[in-house]
Ligand binder design. Structure first.
Ligand code: SF4
Length: 403
């Protein structure tokens, strides 16, 4: 079995395409696939498709032709993550939980794994919100399963991710319902889906574009920018600001990473900004790459810096430069260029706020009530301390350039 090393040193790649093909061939199984935001920026690269042909709806069309029953965009559940994470952040701020250390984002499993092994004393600061991948799976196997009248164990939930670490995330024991049904069954990297397309009879540029399926097909620009560094923070602050003031901020109000605001004092390898939301001063920081994250954690523990909310993504430039994206012979990193594509998509979308997503609003009104309700906690949150790190020796901090 071929194994590829993850560039962030977090994991080794396991191939899951054969298991997915078996699920597609099984008439008893309903297959549901989600496509992560960053995949749309890269899937056409290895197939030599021009950007106007390598749209996410073109990929949705190809996956339908491959036999997947339902195709969705993970940007939907990125919006859901924002609803929960922004609410959690405001609750923690109000309770005084962030006086010493900030709340950390939790959507990158390589970062969660790194924090658990390197700085376990900071694990309580991780947001309890599951990642968009896992939230998607848990909603598919409950709310969506009920709507289409299929038992959860008869649904095979598959993700197409720019990420190798997501394969291990879906196997974490806590990422299941109370009957042991996994939220997400298999994860395919962008490279694997490209290989599957090549092996099929499908010519992706001849495929008809397809819309995402109902009733979880809408997504906002805030969900799309999850795929690039700073996107989660920006999306969360847009919605947190709305939750506090009752009004939408201007869409550029929290684009500090995009706008390239100042570095922290001492030229630390992260970006910081301070905002005022409803009279509260909020200090935030964003970094990518685990070496940078390590330095940030050490500075926090030494009391050298102080923030309320911190976003960390393990891959330099975030998921757009993820370990599951296509490799190129010229060895040029394309994460930053792909990230700009996501920013551009956000800027041109009509819906820029997660809380305005009508499918998210319906999910809350029909099933969850409100963010962080008991139902939402049960389905969409996790206890990061409920599982142990496998004993694999001392983890290595990869030698990644400073952003
Ligand atoms: Fe995966 Fe890298 Fe994105 Fe983290 S930053 S979720 S490791 S692709």
């Amino acid at each position: 079995q071929c194994i590829v090393h993850c560039p962030v040193g977090a994991l080794r790649e396991r191939k899951d395409a054969t298991k997915v093909m078996a699920a597609l061939d099984d008439p008893e199984i309903t297959t549901v696939v989600q496509i992560a935001p960053a995949v749309r920026t890269a899937w056409g690269e290895a197939l030599d498709l021009p950007p106007d042909k390598a749209t996410v709806n073109q990929l949705a069309g190809a996956l339908k032709q491959m036999g997947f029953d339902y195709v969705f965009d993970t940007s939907f559940s990125a919006d859901l993550t924002i609803m929960e994470e922004a609410t959690e952040f405001l609750h923690r701020l109000q309770k005084g939980d962030l006086e010493k250390y900030p709340m950390f984002t939790s959507c990158c499993p390589a970062w969660v794994r790194f924090l658990k092994s390197r700085h376990p004393e900071l694990v309580p600061q991780l947001s309890t919100a599951k990642s968009p991948q896992q939230m998607f799976g848990s909603v598919i196997k409950s709310y969506f399963a009920e709507r289409i009248g299929v038992r959860p164990e008869k649904i095979c939930c598959i993700s197409v991710m720019p990420c190798v670490a997501k394969k291990a995330e879906c196997d974490i024991p806590a990422m299941r319902d109370e009957y042991g049904v996994k939220d997400v069954d298999y994860v395919l990297t962008t490279r694997e889906i490209i290989r599957m397309l090549r092996l099929s009879d499908i010519t992706p540029d001849k495929v008809e574009e397809k819309p995402f399926d109902r009733i979880m097909g809408d997504y906002s620009g805030a969900g799309v920018i999850f795929g690039t560094t700073g996107g989660v923070m920006e999306a969360a602050l847009r919605t947190a600001s709305y939750m506090v003031t009752g009004k939408n901020p201007s869409t550029g109000a929290f684009g500090f990473v995009h706008a390239g605001k100042k570095f922290a004092e001492g030229e630390y390898p992260w970006q910081e900004a301070t905002y005022t939301i409803g009279g509260n001063k909020i200090r935030v920081a964003v970094t990518s790459g685990l070496r940078n994250a390590d330095r940030l954690c050490k500075a926090l523990l030494r009391g050298q810096v102080k923030y309320d909310f911190v976003e960390v993504m393990a891959c330099p430039t975030g998921c757009a430069g993820g370990g599951g994206q296509p490799f190129h012979r010229d060895d040029v990193e394309r994460g930053a260029t792909r990230g700009k594509v996501l920013r551009n998509l956000d800027e041109h979308m009509q819906m820029r706020f997660s809380h305005e997503n009508p499918d998210i609003q319906r999910l809350y009104s029909e099933a969850l009530g409100e963010p962080m309700s008991d139902a939402a906690e049960k389905l969409l949150h996790t206890d990061h301390e409920s599982w142990q790190m496998p004993d694999e020796g001392e983890p290595q901090t990869p030698d990644i350039h400073v952003v």
